[in-house]
Design a protein around this ligand. Sequence first.
Ligand code: XMP
Ligand code: MG
Length: 183
Amino acid sequence: MNDRAALNPDTFPEPSTLEVLILPHDLRKRVTQIAEAISHDYANEVVWLVGVLKGAFMLTSDLARNLTIPCQIHFVQASSYGSGKESSGQVQLDNTLDVSGQHVVLIEDIYDTGNTLKRVLRDLRQQNPASLEVCTLLDKQGSEKHPVEVKYLGFEIPKRFVVGYGLDYAERYRELPYIACLD
Ligand code: XMP
Ligand code: MG
């Protein structure tokens, strides 16, 4: 993408013009509650937070700083969207972790079709973790989904394309401290 396209307000509207779906205050409150639940469920353990890059980087870090138990922080890289708004269905995974014998909470930004979660879970399960649960900030309603058991859920959202708090459109908007709609 050239510089002109990167600055084009038709391609990338100003954040202030976007419809806000979840406010910073509500994100903070919910993330704190999830961190409390994880701290309770893994009391006396060292939990491994495994974030799916890049979308889950902010949630992973906010969860980590609100835990009251020890943790390790790891990431795997998965991508299915490219730079468009529709899932390509093809998940590329870069996972060099070894989670065998560890208590793992896999952290994803959004459960849309579940393609990404299914792919990453399959990979991690093969390594025989002591336990493996899923945390996702958003669950997009109305998508045709691979069934995935989500233990820690932030918010259900309508079938909109959303950005912010880690979620991007063509690598933009990840830094926003709220979730906004781009469609
Ligand atoms: P699947 O379909 O694999 O999708 O469950 C999960 C991945 O797709 C991306 N995704 C989105 N990214 N706004 C985004 O910025 C959205 O509304 C959206 N829906 C899905 C996301 O990267 C996620 O990991
Ligand atoms: Mg993305």
